[in-house]
Design a protein around this ligand. Sequence first.
Ligand code: A2R
Ligand code: GDD
Length: 323
Amino acid sequence: MPRTPRTILITGAAGFVGSRLADRFAADFPEAILIGADLSAPAWTEGPTRRTVALDITDESAVRDCFRVHRPDCVVHLAAQSHVPTSYQKPVLTWQVNVIGTMQLLEAARAEAPGGLFIFISSSEVYGREFNAGRPVTELSHFAPMNPYASSKAAADALVRDAASEDLHTLVLRPFNHVGPGQRQDFVVSAFSSQIARIEHGLQDPILHVGNLDAQRDFLDVRDVLDAYVRVVHRGHDHPGGTVWNLCTGRPVTIQSVLDDLLALSPADIEVRIDPDRLRPSEVPVALGDASAARADLGWRPSTPWSKTLAGVLHYWREYSRP
Ligand code: A2R
Ligand code: GDD
């Protein structure tokens, strides 16, 4: 039975996904009050059903206060240090935000807003070396994280599942890579598109700097990811606490093919150059996953054509960097 939450708290609400999720939730749950929390309060227009909070999720008393005041019956926990290379440089910060921050939210939810839904956005990165087995990972596959970001998500993922109880209905989503307009240049599709746009505008020499082009990743359009999150809010109570769903297409592509597809959309003559600073100490070679559980349980399947996603991101960067 679909249920409509009364008050939804989105952490990481100023981030790439969180800032888009607010509009999706406003459309799908028009009666619900949306509370957007992030390190700096999200730039939403406040109104009777939209409020914003500046909240550091590692701050125990601030988190408690937030739950005491707003008493959300649904939490969508997106806040994270989400960048894999940064996690090598700042492993402690990564664990503080991704693990301790998640624990603070779980504790506050249990104590101040019992009985609610707590949806944790984990990551396909938790599977790490398990991808090397050569078969699609399912929700039952082992964790074998390969970097501090991945291990922090694996730890938080386990904590959230363990916290499932009568006092808190916890659920976990493990999205694979997702992209769209407005994503930071830290991530590959924006990294390539932003450089192409700058080259087209004459703002950068015609040399596109890249990292590892051999890796294969399973890319989702962010709109399809938002659709999955809405479905979990609607149907989450129908599934046992601690349930996990992978979100992926099952069709990974090489980063080289992403680059080729983007270059094919540009009239510019561009040289591609490997930048050693963009290579990582270790990484998943091929991210192949199985999302049949999300299809069966949530009726979710990604539908946005990849060519439309790529064209949208490149268009965004052409407008953004227009002199
Ligand atoms: O680091 P910032 O200033 O970009 O803020 C990020 C925010 N955040 C925090 N919020 C509250 N307390 C903290 N201590 C804290 N540290 C970081 O979480 C950012 O605004 C947000 C995460 O958004 P993005 O980095 O844009 O991630 P995205 O792509 O929206 O991914 C959403 C979730 C994450 O949990 C990923 O690990 C997962 O999907 O793939
Ligand atoms: N960022 C970046 N920049 N990546 C590059 C580049 C470049 O210039 N050149 C090649 N790559 C390769 C990376 O080595 C990696 O194999 C792939 O492109 C994707 O890199 P990212 O876009 O940085 O994403 P990620 O796979 O490390 O992690 C993302 O997806 C996870 C889910 O699978 C992040 O969004 C995580 O937060 C998320 O959990």
